[in-house]
Design a binder for this molecule. Structure first.
Ligand code: GRF
Length: 190
Protein backbone atom coordinates (compact mmCIF):
# COMPACT_ATOMS: atom_id res chain seq x y z
CA UNK A 1 0.00 0.00 0.00
CA UNK A 2 1.33 3.47 -0.82
CA UNK A 3 2.00 5.90 2.02
CA UNK A 4 -0.59 8.62 2.75
CA UNK A 5 -0.48 11.82 0.72
CA UNK A 6 1.04 14.58 2.84
CA UNK A 7 -1.12 17.71 2.95
CA UNK A 8 -0.27 21.18 4.27
CA UNK A 9 -3.09 23.61 5.02
CA UNK A 10 -2.38 27.34 4.75
CA UNK A 11 -4.81 29.60 6.62
CA UNK A 12 -4.78 33.14 7.98
CA UNK A 13 -7.79 33.14 10.27
CA UNK A 14 -10.31 31.11 12.17
CA UNK A 15 -9.77 27.90 10.25
CA UNK A 16 -13.19 26.30 10.47
CA UNK A 17 -12.56 24.76 7.02
CA UNK A 18 -9.14 23.57 8.14
CA UNK A 19 -10.79 21.88 11.12
CA UNK A 20 -13.30 20.06 8.89
CA UNK A 21 -10.42 18.86 6.70
CA UNK A 22 -8.39 17.66 9.72
CA UNK A 23 -11.47 15.86 11.01
CA UNK A 24 -12.15 14.25 7.64
CA UNK A 25 -8.63 12.84 7.20
CA UNK A 26 -8.01 12.08 10.87
CA UNK A 27 -8.30 8.30 10.46
CA UNK A 28 -7.63 8.14 6.75
CA UNK A 29 -5.09 5.89 5.00
CA UNK A 30 -5.35 8.10 1.94
CA UNK A 31 -3.97 11.35 3.31
CA UNK A 32 -2.47 12.95 6.36
CA UNK A 33 -2.59 16.60 7.38
CA UNK A 34 1.13 16.98 7.98
CA UNK A 35 1.24 20.73 8.61
CA UNK A 36 -0.89 23.80 9.31
CA UNK A 37 0.93 26.98 8.34
CA UNK A 38 -0.16 30.56 8.95
CA UNK A 39 1.10 34.08 8.41
CA UNK A 40 -0.66 35.11 11.64
CA UNK A 41 0.94 33.95 14.89
CA UNK A 42 -2.38 34.40 16.73
CA UNK A 43 -4.66 32.81 14.13
CA UNK A 44 -7.23 30.51 15.74
CA UNK A 45 -6.46 27.88 13.10
CA UNK A 46 -3.22 27.15 15.00
CA UNK A 47 -5.19 26.19 18.10
CA UNK A 48 -7.42 23.96 16.03
CA UNK A 49 -4.30 22.26 14.62
CA UNK A 50 -2.93 21.64 18.12
CA UNK A 51 -6.21 19.97 19.05
CA UNK A 52 -5.57 17.46 16.26
CA UNK A 53 -1.83 17.21 17.13
CA UNK A 54 -0.96 18.59 13.71
CA UNK A 55 2.40 20.43 13.60
CA UNK A 56 2.17 24.18 12.99
CA UNK A 57 4.42 26.72 11.30
CA UNK A 58 4.18 30.51 11.26
CA UNK A 59 5.94 32.96 9.00
CA UNK A 60 5.80 36.62 7.99
CA UNK A 61 4.94 37.90 4.53
CA UNK A 62 8.58 38.88 4.08
CA UNK A 63 9.79 35.41 5.01
CA UNK A 64 7.29 33.84 2.64
CA UNK A 65 8.46 36.08 -0.18
CA UNK A 66 12.06 35.10 0.60
CA UNK A 67 11.17 31.42 0.16
CA UNK A 68 10.94 30.28 3.81
CA UNK A 69 7.52 28.68 3.40
CA UNK A 70 8.41 26.88 0.16
CA UNK A 71 11.55 25.48 1.81
CA UNK A 72 9.54 24.30 4.81
CA UNK A 73 6.95 22.57 2.58
CA UNK A 74 9.64 20.86 0.54
CA UNK A 75 11.63 19.86 3.66
CA UNK A 76 8.45 18.36 5.17
CA UNK A 77 7.87 16.42 1.93
CA UNK A 78 4.44 17.96 1.42
CA UNK A 79 2.60 16.61 -1.63
CA UNK A 80 -0.46 18.88 -1.72
CA UNK A 81 -1.15 22.40 -0.41
CA UNK A 82 -4.68 23.42 0.59
CA UNK A 83 -5.52 27.10 0.95
CA UNK A 84 -8.35 27.50 3.44
CA UNK A 85 -8.82 31.21 4.04
CA UNK A 86 -5.23 32.16 3.27
CA UNK A 87 -5.11 35.88 2.59
CA UNK A 88 -1.64 36.53 1.16
CA UNK A 89 -0.75 36.33 -2.51
CA UNK A 90 1.23 33.13 -3.03
CA UNK A 91 4.69 33.76 -4.51
CA UNK A 92 5.10 32.38 -8.07
CA UNK A 93 7.97 30.18 -6.97
CA UNK A 94 5.66 28.42 -4.47
CA UNK A 95 2.88 28.01 -7.04
CA UNK A 96 5.40 26.52 -9.46
CA UNK A 97 6.69 24.05 -6.84
CA UNK A 98 3.14 22.76 -6.31
CA UNK A 99 1.75 23.21 -9.79
CA UNK A 100 -1.59 21.35 -10.02
CA UNK A 101 -1.13 20.27 -6.41
CA UNK A 102 -2.44 23.45 -4.78
CA UNK A 103 -6.15 23.99 -4.13
CA UNK A 104 -8.09 27.05 -2.97
CA UNK A 105 -11.66 27.56 -1.86
CA UNK A 106 -13.37 30.81 -2.82
CA UNK A 107 -16.63 31.85 -1.13
CA UNK A 108 -18.52 32.72 -4.34
CA UNK A 109 -19.35 31.36 -7.77
CA UNK A 110 -16.28 32.31 -9.77
CA UNK A 111 -15.72 34.02 -12.13
CA UNK A 112 -18.15 36.33 -10.32
CA UNK A 113 -16.74 38.07 -7.23
CA UNK A 114 -13.14 37.00 -7.71
CA UNK A 115 -9.92 38.96 -7.92
CA UNK A 116 -8.29 41.64 -5.86
CA UNK A 117 -10.14 42.78 -2.73
CA UNK A 118 -12.70 39.98 -3.05
CA UNK A 119 -12.22 38.10 0.18
CA UNK A 120 -14.14 37.51 3.41
CA UNK A 121 -17.18 39.70 3.98
CA UNK A 122 -16.38 41.86 0.92
CA UNK A 123 -17.57 39.00 -1.27
CA UNK A 124 -20.89 38.56 0.56
CA UNK A 125 -21.49 42.32 0.69
CA UNK A 126 -20.99 42.47 -3.09
CA UNK A 127 -23.45 39.60 -3.63
CA UNK A 128 -25.99 41.41 -1.45
CA UNK A 129 -25.44 44.76 -3.21
CA UNK A 130 -25.95 43.12 -6.63
CA UNK A 131 -29.22 41.54 -5.45
CA UNK A 132 -28.15 38.10 -6.72
CA UNK A 133 -30.61 35.25 -6.20
CA UNK A 134 -27.84 32.75 -5.54
CA UNK A 135 -24.25 32.46 -4.42
CA UNK A 136 -21.99 29.55 -3.63
CA UNK A 137 -18.49 28.15 -3.42
CA UNK A 138 -15.74 27.43 -5.89
CA UNK A 139 -12.92 24.96 -5.33
CA UNK A 140 -10.12 25.49 -7.84
CA UNK A 141 -6.49 24.80 -8.57
CA UNK A 142 -4.15 27.72 -8.01
CA UNK A 143 -2.01 29.31 -10.68
CA UNK A 144 -0.07 32.56 -10.78
CA UNK A 145 -3.25 34.64 -11.17
CA UNK A 146 -5.67 35.13 -8.29
CA UNK A 147 -8.74 32.90 -8.54
CA UNK A 148 -8.10 31.93 -12.17
CA UNK A 149 -6.92 28.32 -11.84
CA UNK A 150 -8.94 25.39 -13.16
CA UNK A 151 -12.32 25.02 -11.43
CA UNK A 152 -12.75 21.62 -9.80
CA UNK A 153 -16.12 21.99 -8.10
CA UNK A 154 -18.91 24.51 -7.50
CA UNK A 155 -22.05 24.35 -5.37
CA UNK A 156 -24.70 27.02 -4.98
CA UNK A 157 -27.21 28.17 -2.40
CA UNK A 158 -30.19 30.51 -2.81
CA UNK A 159 -30.01 34.07 -1.49
CA UNK A 160 -33.24 35.77 -0.47
CA UNK A 161 -33.74 39.55 -0.47
CA UNK A 162 -34.00 39.43 3.35
CA UNK A 163 -30.55 37.82 3.78
CA UNK A 164 -27.90 40.09 5.30
CA UNK A 165 -24.24 39.68 4.25
CA UNK A 166 -23.78 37.77 7.53
CA UNK A 167 -26.63 35.39 6.61
CA UNK A 168 -25.03 34.86 3.21
CA UNK A 169 -21.67 34.17 4.85
CA UNK A 170 -23.29 31.56 7.05
CA UNK A 171 -24.89 29.78 4.11
CA UNK A 172 -21.60 29.79 2.21
CA UNK A 173 -19.66 28.46 5.20
CA UNK A 174 -22.14 25.60 5.56
CA UNK A 175 -21.57 24.69 1.90
CA UNK A 176 -17.80 24.86 2.35
CA UNK A 177 -17.86 22.57 5.36
CA UNK A 178 -20.13 20.13 3.57
CA UNK A 179 -18.07 19.81 0.39
CA UNK A 180 -14.43 20.91 0.77
CA UNK A 181 -12.97 17.85 2.59
CA UNK A 182 -14.71 15.36 0.30
CA UNK A 183 -13.71 17.22 -2.88
CA UNK A 184 -10.08 17.21 -1.69
CA UNK A 185 -10.33 13.46 -1.10
CA UNK A 186 -11.68 12.93 -4.62
CA UNK A 187 -8.98 15.11 -6.11
CA UNK A 188 -6.23 13.08 -4.43
CA UNK A 189 -7.81 9.87 -5.65
CA UNK A 190 -7.76 10.89 -9.32
C1 GRF B 1 -13.85 30.83 3.77
O1 GRF B 1 -15.05 31.46 3.52
C2 GRF B 1 -13.07 30.63 2.49
O2 GRF B 1 -13.88 30.48 1.38
C3 GRF B 1 -12.32 31.90 2.37
O3 GRF B 1 -11.96 32.25 3.68
C4 GRF B 1 -12.92 31.74 4.58
C5 GRF B 1 -12.20 31.00 5.65
O4 GRF B 1 -13.03 30.64 6.70
N1 GRF B 1 -11.25 31.77 1.42
P1 GRF B 1 -12.52 29.72 7.88
O5 GRF B 1 -11.28 30.38 8.44
O6 GRF B 1 -12.21 28.37 7.30
O7 GRF B 1 -13.63 29.68 8.87
Amino acid sequence: MSSPVRIAILASGSGSNAEKIMEYFQHSDQAEIALVASNKADAFVLERARKFSVPTFTFSRKEMEAGTLTQKLLADKIDWVILAGFLLKIPDELTRSFSDRMVNIHPALLPRYGGKGMYGMHVHEAVKAAGDAETGITIHLVNEHYDEGKIIFQASTPVSPEDSPEDIAQKVHALEHEHFPRVIGELLGR
